[in-house]
Design a protein. Structure first.
Length: 304
């Protein structure tokens, strides 16, 4: 972020200290940092409607550690957020990335809400990546409001809309948490690919170099799982035929943490659970007393 702050200040002919407290400059720097990281991969994550609804309806009320977000599949991701509104504006999506402070040694979570038209109503937030995910959301709103409110330069509706910001950021981070979770259903149409950061390539004149993506890359999230859930919901509604035992139904989705790695050392002593790696999984709506639906095919048909 300091590097982008210098670039932004130079572009307007000022010293970074002169723009540090300017709300417009803060938004510009936040957007530059997000786009600078995102242009290398340009991943756009588009959710299956069924999975989108289920994930965003899953409350973030568990003590989910923020370290899970270090598993972002790319340096910066753009998640689409259909039907999300903020400040009376439609939110097309959000850029989410991490920022590491070389001087402080601190990693921060950065979120840029893509609201309104032509980047006119952006909401830029940042918070230290520490504690739980819910804590980081609240910290992002608090610290950003204080910073933009310094010397009476707060954005007009920032403080009044803090609860709305918490809700909006919660929706975005729920979507991001899913693509960071173990076993996430992420596919690309007709290609056996998974999202990843760029790798250095050897050039004749410049040695190794990182190249930005040639264009946006669309990733389908939850397509196969969404097709299975639709079939499960349909079956759970009943088909008019008699059932043996309890009628099928679908349990609510939830987040669940799994400790992974060895539970004992070489000398046979036990390793404390907190010292083992934590994998967070999104447990989808679980079909109960329903037929096997995992083998259902799913097809994505592009429509113009």
């Amino acid at each position: 972020m300091p590097g982008w702050a210098v670039a932004q200040a130079q572009a307007v002919g000022k010293h970074p200290s002169q723009t540090a407290l300017d709300p417009a400059a803060v938004v510009d720097v936040g957007l530059l940092a997000a786009l600078g990281a995102w242009r290398m991969t340009q991943g756009i994550y588009r959710y299956d409607p069924e999975i989108y609804a289920a994930v965003t309806d899953t409350p973030l009320d568990r003590d989910i550690p923020v370290e899970v977000l270090t598993r972002l599949p790319e340096w910066c991701v753009y998640v689409e957020t259909p039907r999300l509104r903020h400040g009376g504006e439609n939110v097309a999506g959000a850029w989410v990335h991490l920022d590491y402070g070389t001087r402080t040694g601190q990693t921060k979570l950065r979120v840029v809400l893509d609201a309104g038209e032509d980047l006119e109503h952006l909401v830029v937030l940042g918070a230290p990546l520490q504690g739980t995910l819910q804590h980081s959301i609240e910290e992002a709103v608090t610290t950003s409001a204080l910073r933009l409110g310094h010397h009476g330069q707060a954005l007009p509706d920032f403080r009044r809309s803090s609860s709305e910001i918490v809700a909006s950021i919660g929706t975005v981070l729920s979507l991001v948490l899913y693509i960071c979770s173990a076993g996430a259903d992420i596919t690309q149409r007709g290609k056996a690919l998974q999202p990843a950061n760029p790798q250095p390539q050897q050039t004749r004149r410049q040695g190794t170099k990182l190249f930005a993506a040639a264009g946006p890359r669309e990733w389908d999230v939850g397509v196969r799982l969404g097709a299975a859930l639709r079939a499960a919901y349909q079956d759970a509604q009943g088909d008019g035929q008699p059932h043996q035992g309890p009628r099928g139904h679908v349990r609510r989705a939830h987040w669940h943490g799994f400790r992974t790695g060895p539970s004992k050392r070489e000398d046979g002593s036990a390793i404390e659970a907190a010292a083992r790696s934590l994998d967070v999984r999104w447990m989808p709506p679980i079909p109960v007393n329903l037929p096997d639906i995992e083998a259902l095919p799913s097809t994505v048909k592009p429509v113009r």
